[in-house]
Design a protein around this ligand. Sequence first.
Ligand code: UD1
Length: 419
Amino acid sequence: MSTPTIRITGGYPLTGTITASGAKNSVLKLMAAAILAPGSSHISNVPLISDVTLMAEVLEYLGASVVFGEHEVSIDTSGVQRHDAPYELVSRMRASTAVLGPLLGRFGQARVAMPGGCQIGARKIDQHLLGLEALGVEFETEHGYIEGTAAKGLRGATVVLDIPSVGATENLIMAAATARGTTRIENAAREPEIVDLAGFLTTMGAHIAGAGSPIVEIEGTDRLYPVAGHQTIGDRIEAGTYLAAGALLAGPLTVRGVDPAHLEAALRKLEEAGVEVSTGPCEVTVSRQRPLKPLTLQTQPHPGFPTDLQAQFMVLAALGGGSSLIIENLFENRFMTAFELMRMGADIRIEGHNAFVTGVPALSGAPVQAPDLRGGAALVIAGLAADGYTEVSAIEHIQRGYEGLVEKLQAVGAHIEQA
Ligand code: UD1
């Protein structure tokens, strides 16, 4: 049996409204955080994507019961007895390492396989481990596993991160929630998903100040309680992907269900490219009357331009009239999409962290392969804008993070199908 592909006939305008699903990068951490409070926690606005299913598998393996409803999930963590996340699961999704902090917080013990995940660079977890060590955890690494034990329980401490790692900030906030005393994280990541996680933990009874700023303070508490209801924030990266598509195909295209404040850097770049952008309380509309202009952008931790939208914006640059420069500061292998775009006629030169893109008048449809999650989505929107027929393979990468991508794009006029 042949593996599924996404087939696109390019050049059709995109107009109408797409609703963004709940944020993948938020909900995975919320699900892991449920471990901290024995009992049943309930999360809504849950995207139907394979990474969520995989996180449910991780939680079930640990002993939790996970029940999905329509875009919602109930997680009963009363029965969690295991403290280990096996290689078979962690190797399929790096975000499984989000159970490290909550397992240490609840049991003082955790054993997690060294992560794999997206093929977008080395992706170390040294900052997670250094921070947790400061909270009193001793780590041993053997046979591909990291085993952490807090023999005397977790205690608050000041942690200064070398880089504002999203995953490290989240693991530290979760572990610190039940530590004795106060934890101060300096140079913390400021992503909206961290604010969402802090909100979830606060509903559990945690005391957290400063989430979304570079300094987060957590005053540990003895007991956390399950969350009766928490709505996941909208997915700013999914939204940004559709906005890039709308910008390419002229729009007007509206994306609902996302906070425009979470997309500020990306919206600024769309305007620089000559796209008209308007925002409402929970929506963004793009349209374009003029040719695309070239772009200069570099990926940065939030509130800078997100690395998760770099590949999609490279498609805009590929069709921009002139020379664009894209600098990838976060992940070394995140230019793999460029090589597929070149097969569609894009003019891109890669030198280390820099991509020099010279705009071409048109891309031409071709068979291409999704290199990773965001790169796969970028190839789909390149196909929408290209002349003729594009077939994207290895779409399991895209299914990790985009719920109903084909259906959502069909509904706004794209000629796209999964076969
Ligand atoms: C999260 C997101 C991912 C996004 C990334 C950056 C999830 C599930 N994934 O990944 O989509 O692209 O944030 O916005 O939320 N690093 C270290 N040591 C560490 C931790 C990170 O050197 O201990 C490096 C990484 O190799 C990378 C950079 O720091 O170069 C950023 O990583 P980090 O912010 O931790 O990203 P993730 O949490 O893995």
